[in-house]
Write a protein that binds this ligand. Structure first.
Ligand SMILES: Cc1cc2nc3c(=O)[nH]c(=O)nc-3n(C[C@H](O)[C@H](O)[C@H](O)COP(=O)(O)O)c2cc1C
Length: 373
């Protein structure tokens, strides 16, 4: 695939939210409902945002911050900053360059990518710009389990050959959430947009009359702990689980050789009424100790949100919908600009709260009485 087109940025973009109206003007109602909707009553979707807003910062002043930086260590690498792009399926719904555009943007801005298994371009086309830039952030591949071990084995070999550095198995969505907004809009994937890296899957199970499409059709093919063991045995790449929220599950996963976790409620798209990730993260960090890699996503829109996430125990964050708004608005340039805005906001938030490095951001940075567990 050719390099993405350089487009113009709309005037007056001051923050991530400013991309949204420009994106909406370019995306049809079908894709818009798919991108922005959540599950059921969207309680978790709203809670994710409200929770970051509700956490207050308690800055320190007059510290010498010269030489400060946003660098963090993650999976044995030093990153320029702790911001990664979350896996979001079918990005050619939003821009003709799709996931290739976000790879150019992430590489230019030192950001990481977790590429969706349901990407709409070949994974190699996303890996190439990231691999070409030594300052690019991590390049990870997100998996949904498919009950076809030959297929999964071949997929893992391809992911490894393309240069991805870690696997992220998403465990909170063995079935789509009840996404009302999307269903009302009658969302349907257009014929020309496909999960191009997932060809060659087995046919769905045949159901007998009276059987449940979910429990008899899908669930026998969903991942269990057995598949975690299989993945660990099949690939030497570090394996992270995305969407695991219970401390006991996390301990089981670590005992099976899982490396780390993305603390996530799938951006409010899977099980509605899950707590916001601001509440899911701290108990995991406390229980697992300081060394287990923990990333968090869901509603992160501001540099102050990134700083709060680190203060609550995250090593890094993933941003979802806003970068797709930037992609829809102005392709690779839009995503690069969104990432730059977020990095700048993070630096400003650090400087204004007395953090020379992100190691200075801990619970003491949060106003006493801040409501998180
Ligand atoms: C349109 C859309 C598609 C998504 N596709 C995937 C996916 O393929 N795999 C996955 O693990 N998560 C997927 N997610 C969830 C995101 O990775 C992420 O957890 C969430 O969007 C973060 O919340 P935010 O959008 O509020 O930043 C998707 C989210 C959206 C909005």
């Amino acid at each position: 695939m050719s390099a993405p087109l350089i487009e113009k940025l709309p005037d007056g973009l001051a923050n991530l939210a400013d991309f949204e109206p420009h994106a909406q003007a370019r995306v049809d109602a079908n894709a818009w409902a798919y991108l922005n909707g959540g599950a059921a009553d969207e309680i978790t979707l709203r809670a994710n945002r409200a929770a970051w807003d509700a956490i207050k910062l308690h800055p320190r002043v007059l510290r010498d911050l010269s030489g400060g930086h946003t660098r963090v260590a993650l999976l044995g690498r030093e990153l320029l900053h702790p911001i990664l792009l979350a896996p979001i399926a079918y990005q050619r719904l939003f821009h003709a360059d799709g996931e290739v555009a976000i790879a150019h943007a992430a590489a230019a801005q030192g950001a990481g990518i977790v590429l969706s298994a349901q990407a709409s371009v070949p994974m190699e086309d996303v890996a190439a710009p990231m691999r070409a830039d030594p300052t690019a952030g991590p390049l990870w591949f997100q998996l949904y389990w498919r009950d076809d071990r030959d297929f999964m084995r071949a997929l893992l070999r391809r992911v490894e050959a393309a240069g991805f550095q870690a696997l992220v198995l998403t465990v909170d969505a063995p079935v789509h959430g009840a996404r009302d907004r999307e269903r009302r809009a009658g969302f349907k994937l257009p014929d020309h947009i496909r999960a191009v890296n997932l060809g060659g899957l087995k046919k769905p199970l045949d159901l007998q009359p009276g059987q449940s499409a979910l429990f008899d059709g899908l669930m026998p093919r969903a991942a269990t702990w057995r598949e975690i063991d299989w993945l660990r045995a099949e690939s030497k790449l570090p394996l992270l689980l995305k969407g695991l929220t219970h401390v006991d599950d996390a301990r089981d996963a670590l005992a099976r050789g899982v490396t780390g976790f993305v603390v996530s409620n799938h951006g409010g798209r899977a099980l509605d009424t899950l707590p916001p990730t601001t509440e899911l993260l701290p108990p995991l960090r406390v229980a697992l100790g300081p060394d287990v890699p923990l990333l968090v996503d869901g509603g992160i829109r501001r540099g102050t949100d990134v700083l709060k996430a680190i203060a609550l125990g995250a090593d890094a964050v993933l941003v979802g919908r806003p970068y797709v708004h930037a992609l829809a608005a102005s392709g690779a340039l839009g995503v690069a600009h969104a990432l730059r805005l977020l990095r700048d906001e993070l630096e400003i938030a650090m400087a204004l709260s007395g953090c020379k490095t992100l190691a200075d951001a801990g619970p003491a940075l949060l106003w006493p009485g801040t409501s998180f567990r």
